[in-house]
Design a protein around this ligand. Sequence first.
Ligand code: F6P
Length: 496
Amino acid sequence: MDSCFIRLQPTTLYICCVYRLRNQDHGLSGNASPVQLSMRLHTRRTAMANVGQLPTSICNSNCSIRRWSSLASAQTACGAISQVPASRFHARARPAANAQFESASAWLDKYTIGRPYLFLMVTKIKRIAILTAGGDSPGLNAAIRGVGKAALGYYGWEIVGFRDGFRGLVENRRINLDGAALSGILTIGGTILGTSRDKPHRMVIKSQTKDMTGVIRNNLKKWGIDCVVCLGGGGTAKNALRLDRAGIHVITLPKTIDNDVAMTDATFGYATALDIATEAIDRLHSTAHSHHRIIVAEVMGHRAGWLTLGAGLAGGADVILIPEIPYEVENIVKAIRRRSKQGKNFSIVAVAEGAMSHDDARIYDKARKKLERAITLDDKIEAKREIAALDVRHQGNTMRLAKQLEELTHLESRVTILGYVQRGGTPCAADRILATRLGTACADLIQEGKFGVMVAARGDRTEPVPLDKVAGKRKSVPLDHSWIGTARRLETCLGD
Ligand code: F6P
């Protein structure tokens, strides 16, 4: 088998192999003329995928397969095509090209012999889609712009946006993201596409919960969309993995103010939220100091302590409580009393929304283990109900903590719940840069045919990480993290 890689424009990948069909069941009739055979190859792509190892990625609507009697006649027919040795093939595109080529080769080895015919495969991305899912976050629009500008300008694709997360994919609520739609959005907070926490496999449609994965797959095929870029956190990665397993081309970008997405150094949204929470702690100092109060500031972050630890360190909080380190109220009281003895009659307590006492952590742990062990559906429902009840109770945790601290220290206590302020407004420079570089890297990966991955930040670089390494995982603050060591050296109370 003879082969070559030919590159026409950045958006087009051609793989050529010379072959002759074996006289066996390859899903094509053996005596077809070259032209007829070409038509059959074109229309029987699914059959080809079934009979051989021809990858689905080359059987999509953008794949066209033709054949000529020789490489020379193919080149003559294709006019401008020039042959480029594989070694000089564009460095970035080569791994994907080789992977596709190897799969195609396996199919050809099985079903073809000799070299009288030419097999030409063209994979060309034409249209991609983008959606934002989960909680909104600063930097989402910067990422949409990054993906969009690279797609439109650099690669020459069409790009559409689906509204309100995965629901927009089901309900075909889309907008064309042309140059005008992408202009002026870099600095805008929230997401121009809207968002939701809908899951493709458990979507409420007319009061009924349905699996809409098949509908999404058919819609995308119908609309000629080659890939869906999903901007979201861990939950979105989980949903995207389901779509990937259903044969849909997806790529995710890590977004969340919580910074808790596995396998990436950072998520966009975190840096801005960190600045906002830090500024809030800075501002709370003056009231705490003037009124000799304890101010308990509740910081978001879901079940991870990145935001609270970062803002607590940057804002000089006296007590920092994070989910990774269960606390004893008595330890916090001791730290506040120690400060009082030093003449500091005020304290700032930065508490993560997911932080909890040792006792509560034990109760949660028991409930989670019960869920893990549950075998019957009834057991599962019961265990989930227990966890939901604990979640409801936990919502009042910061208020209860402040009350306990007031009673035990005799210092007036106040609570400030920072809430959604942390997710709002214009993204900071660090988030704009991160979102933009992840967005443009995403377009590069689509061009390379690398799907089913999250674009991770790795130092100054980006890298694709398979979605199954991200979905359902959480990046908590490691107990040996340098920020924890730093806090301890400052004698900041961590509640343990
Ligand atoms: O994931 C971002 C986040 O803001 C978390 O910090 C918080 O726990 C959660 O979203 C709040 O979710 P919702 O927007 O559904 O209230």
